[in-house]
Ligand binder design. Structure first.
Ligand code: UD1
Length: 329
């Protein structure tokens, strides 16, 4: 039986996808260098510790495991860090993707799912992006992902690869059964930071910008539960296995919540009164970024199961409490 290789399968999103793949009986091998992933997050699959850019290692894994599809999550994902250290992002996200694609070509792997991001759109004027919205990233993170998308599209046009590019909006929440979650240290993402504050890991929570042209003045994002996002990957894989054409798909719910609405939900769900500090806008933040997400539904028959902010927050809070219990003396 053929296997699936998951790069970055010890990370937040990759580990949730690996879990769903294993739950439906797929053979999975994970490759992760554990710079931001966690060994414990790979509960039920072989983990090869190594770098996606290590062609010898990757080609050995692809061959030995008879891999016929690759899911490529391994990447750096912190936008402000990408601004400070662009070469780190172009190296790990773009150059290593090029190396992975060369390894796939060398071993005859022709199916790939690629984790891309809403950051490829930059700041669309309407705040709503469909897949044909112009691609104008405003930070090196988004550009590093767009460059990888471009390589994939060119390979597709050359008849060398079938792919699905999944452009994630704001991924949030954790496994509802609490087995795995988001453990990323020094998190900058709103929901993670808010949950850390709610369990006492941080003294306060900042709102970056209260003067946006939005109903309550704070930024609006399209938050998608990680389990729904993972389910979209399984459908994308099935699509390629059925010889479906290459696709580029937004992954979001098609509606959004403001920073204040997210904070209210965290207070409601956690019962904690949060110490919220209003700060100036954060550089590079669009006022609103929402997916036009019809294509994902239409092309893959995907339907969200957890389109509910309180549910998203509850699963994130449960995980944060679990982490806090592990680290407290
Ligand atoms: C960004 C990227 C996204 C990437 C993610 C991970 C863009 C458009 N999106 O998402 O592709 O996957 O980072 O790094 O570049 N906020 C606060 N206080 C906080 C943190 C955030 O008010 O402590 C606000 C932000 O200003 C924003 C919203 O919350 O309005 C969401 O921010 P965040 O969770 O950091 O994600 P994005 O910046 O939307």
């Amino acid at each position: 039986m053929n296997s699936i290789m998951v790069t970055g399968g010890a990370g937040y999103i990759g580990s949730h996808v690996v879990q769903q793949l294993r739950e439906r009986g797929e053979r999975v091998v994970v490759i992760d260098n554990l710079t931001s992933g966690f060994r414990d997050a790979v509960r039920d699959a072989e983990l090869v510790v190594g770098d996606v850019g290590d062609r010898l290692l990757v080609e050995r894994v692809l061959t030995e495991h008879k891999v016929n599809a690759v899911l490529h999550f391994a990447a750096h994902t912190v936008v402000p860090e990408s601004v400070r250290d662009p070469l780190k992002y172009y190296g790990n996200n773009t150059c290593n993707t090029r190396s992975l694609l060369a390894s796939c070509a060398a071993t005859g792997v022709r199916r790939l799912l690629f984790s891309s991001t809403a950051a490829v759109y930059g700041m669309p004027a309407s705040g709503i992006a469909d897949e044909d919205t112009p691609l104008q990233p405003i930070n090196p993170y988004g550009m590093s992902k767009l460059m990888s998308e471009t390589m994939l599209r060119d390979l597709g046009a050359a008849g060398a690869m079938d792919y699905v590019i999944l452009r994630y909006f704001n991924v949030a929440g954790c496994d509802p059964h609490g087995r795995i979650g988001q453990s990323t240290p020094n998190a900058t993402l709103l929901l993670k930071v808010a949950c850390e504050h709610a369990v006492g890991k941080r003294p306060s929570l900042s709102i970056f910008g209260t003067d946006y042209d939005t109903p309550d003045g704070t930024g609006i994002r399209d938050y998608i539960h990680v389990e729904d996002l993972a389910a979209a990957h399984l459908r994308a894989l099935d699509h390629l296995r059925a010889d479906g054409e290459s696709l580029t798909l937004n992954c979001g719910y098609g509606h959004g919540y403001s920073v204040r609405e997210v904070i209210d939900a965290v207070q409601r769900v956690s019962g904690a009164a949060l110490n919220v500090i209003e700060q100036p806008r954060r550089a590079g933040d669009p006022p609103m970024l929402i997916a036009h997400a019809d294509r994902l539904r239409q092309r893959l028959g995907w339907e969200p199961r957890h389109d509910n902010l309180d549910f998203i927050v509850r699963t994130a809070m449960d995980w944060e409490r679990k982490l806090a219990a592990q680290t407290s003396p």
